[in-house]
Design a protein around this ligand. Structure first.
Ligand code: HEM
Length: 287
């Protein structure tokens, strides 16, 4: 099981954790299937399940770089490939289940993908995931050199397409894809900050990012309902204040990204109060 070990042969807790996160949903789906717990339309339920986990694992793989810096845990990078390849695997299972749902009529599948916009962008996202997944192995990385980094930047476009595919498919029940869109905005914001400021955001920067991502999430939701239903977007924005009725996605994005600020404050405190050796290991991870 070399894929769970570091180059020096030691077991890698990061790779093992990523592998467990990647495999558990599939085992859970298999368990629900064997227990006939997938409801009246089991294949559709399985298509939804695998699609959702493909997006979740994709976002987790994008979270690795910020998490490394915020936690001062350089070795987290070892988990990224497993998460990325797992996102591709779930998306492939997702497509296979759709083909099964269409009773293996590949002509219908192809024409549906060509004619339905949300399926077309799902297909483009899948092709992108396959390109990234198949070029994730050491030999290919070595052979591609700097072109590898250029290719792997398409992951940002894939994430956007996957979330639009999710939104379009959900029509008006867009709670989860809106939360995911908000978290993706935070992941983009973190990288933009790094690029513009030349350094990773500190806790103040992360706090600003948290509020900006939450506001943008509310804007995405308001615009989506405005475009899809013609309802006044200001009314949708206003619904964010009706906490007694429902906590809207923007609040969850704010809660999660403010929790990141808390984690950053704790790791900063620990690295400033830890032993020189500890300080050394954290600063190396931060690069
Ligand atoms: C050829 C490629 C793809 C096809 C044909 C496809 C097909 C579908 C279909 C038919 C549904 C809706 C099922 C239903 O309600 O009847 C769906 C939903 C979904 N797909 Fe895809 N998809 C593709 C690629 C992707 C990719 C690459 C991702 C993620 C990376 C993805 C994520 C999702 C998600 C999150 C949902 C919504 C699940 C839910 O409703 O909870 N799909 N897809």
């Amino acid at each position: 099981m070399a894929f769970l070990r570091e180059k020096n042969g030691r077991w890698s807790p990061e790779k093992i954790a990523a592998f467990v996160v990647a495999v558990l949903p599939a085992l859970w789906l298999l368990g629900r299937f064997l227990l006939h717990d997938l409801g009246a339309r089991p294949i559709t339920e399985a298509i939804h399940f695998t699609g959702e986990w493909a997006v979740r694992l994709l976002l987790l793989s994008l979270l690795i770089s910020p998490a490394r810096r915020i936690l001062g845990a350089g070795k987290l990078i070892l988990a990224r490939r497993t998460l990325g390849v797992a996102a591709m695997a779930y998306a492939l299972l997702h497509l296979s289940l759709y083909i099964l749902d269409q009773k293996f009529n590949l002509f219908v599948v192809a024409s549906e993908i060509a004619l339905r916009f949300y399926l077309t962008i799902g297909f483009v996202a899948l092709i992108g995931l396959i390109a990234l997944g198949t070029t994730s192995f050491d030999a290919v990385i070595r052979r591609m050199g700097p072109r590898w980094n250029t290719l792997h930047r398409i992951v940002y476009g894939i994430a956007i397409l996957a979330i639009i595919h999710f939104l379009l498919q959900k029509k008006l029940e867009i709670y989860e894809p809106t939360v995911m869109a908000g978290l993706l905005l935070w992941l983009f914001g973190y990288r933009l900050w790094q690029r513009l400021a030349g350094a990773a955001p500190g806790w103040i920067g992360l706090t600003a990012l948290a509020f900006a991502s939450a506001l943008l999430t509310a804007a995405v939701e308001a615009l989506w309902f405005g475009v899809k239903t013609g309802v006044d977007p200001w009314l949708v924005l206003d619904a964010n204040w009706a906490l007694d009725i429902e906590i809207r996605p923007a609040w969850w994005v704010l809660a999660v990204t403010l929790a990141v600020v808390g984690i950053k404050l704790v790791t900063d405190f620990r690295s400033s109060s830890g032993t020189p050796r500890q300080r050394m290991s954290v600063s190396t991870a931060r690069g």
